[in-house]
Design a protein around this ligand. Sequence first.
Ligand code: HEC
Ligand code: HEC
Ligand code: HEC
Ligand code: HEC
Length: 286
Amino acid sequence: MRGPLTARLRDLATPPVLIAFGGVLWMIALLAMVLVDANPEWEAHQSEYRKRLAAAADDAASVRHAGRFKVQVKQIDLPALERVDRCVSCHVGIEDPAFADAPQPIATHPGDLLTIHTPERFGCTICHGGNGRATSREDAHGLPEPSLNPMLRGEFLQGSCGKCHGDDEFVAGSRLEVGRRLFDHYGCRTCHRLYQSGNTAGPDLTKVGSKKFDAFFWGNDYRGTDRSVVYWLESHFKNPSAFYPSTMLNFKMTDENARALVVYMLSLTDERIPDRLQPSRGPTKP
Ligand code: HEC
Ligand code: HEC
Ligand code: HEC
Ligand code: HEC
């Protein structure tokens, strides 16, 4: 009498049977990949966009326009900024004023920022961050956090304005401007180098905005779930020894001031931005 089931299974595990079994697994995996690929997220968003275009078309020209719209991956090539942004594969209505009231992701961009920073020259990630090449929402938005390329949100989005803009009028009173002033006010250069000036008691901050979350030291006792760069910086400013004992001065900053400095730090990246994409008065780099 043969023993338990496991023994019988072991008898079955001959090479031909195993190979056949592996083959079946492969087929299932391939089929799953094809099915997922056949229904990409962007396709649904673009179909919705096209449907709305057609429904709103009330003259021959707009009917033709709607008819010509092709559902396909859309991308902006930005050789000058060394990137390719595909955000518009889902955010298809971003430049279309008729989509102001449409739901995300097909809505018009808020404000008039894109009339100045046109998508064909600037793309999206230079301001928003995220993964420009990605064609799924999670991946593009840098989710789940922490991500190597997180998307900047809310007030922290101003960090990217500071990559190109100096203290022009538009930053007056912004977090970015407050952060820049606080940097001088607290005398951060007593210990840090920024561009060509400052000291070396602490790390050089010239490119700190390009540092990824996993390059910051989180200490051995941190058990929290937020490991974003924004969180590290803010916690560190409010208490330099938040994660591990630090010799950095504790300025006992308010949340407001700490966040303004975070915005400023985020603007200090090593991204190369060609002169023709820089405003006439760029940030001062003494
Ligand atoms: C595969 C589709 C898809 C791609 C690609 C995509 N998005 Fe989105 N996006 C969405 C959807 C759906 C929403 C609305 C739901 C939500 O808020 O996540 C959205 C919302 C947003 C929002 C507002 C909500 C928020 O999370 O702040 C921003 C900003 C945004 N996207 C920026 C971008 C940028 C920048 C890129 C390119 C790096 C991008 N998206 C690429 C689908 C996409
Ligand atoms: C010059 C910088 C800049 C560029 C370039 C830019 N954005 Fe924005 N975007 C912003 C800012 C700032 C806001 C928030 C504006 C506001 O709330 O008034 C915003 C808002 C948004 C929102 C709405 C977020 C919400 O919560 O409702 C979406 C979606 C979005 N952008 C997607 C894009 C996409 C897609 C591109 C590329 C085609 C792009 N942006 C290019 C700066 C930019
Ligand atoms: C890649 C560089 C770049 C980034 C990033 C950028 N801008 Fe600009 N911005 C420009 C250029 C170039 C102009 C054109 C004006 C000029 O040449 O002085 C401009 C013009 C402007 C203007 C019009 C002001 C004027 O003097 O005409 C505003 C307002 C503005 N940007 C706001 C923003 C905001 C807000 C952000 C961040 C969300 C931002 N910009 C991010 C490059 C940039
Ligand atoms: C007394 C000297 C001192 C002063 C003043 C000081 N720092 Fe620091 N800072 C340090 C040292 C030392 C470190 C490295 C140890 C650590 O991570 O805390 C550091 C780390 C940092 C880091 C992390 C950099 C990285 O690459 O990990 C940032 C960002 C920073 N400081 C910003 C500031 C800002 C902004 C100010 C002004 C508000 C400031 N520091 C003032 C000494 C100082």
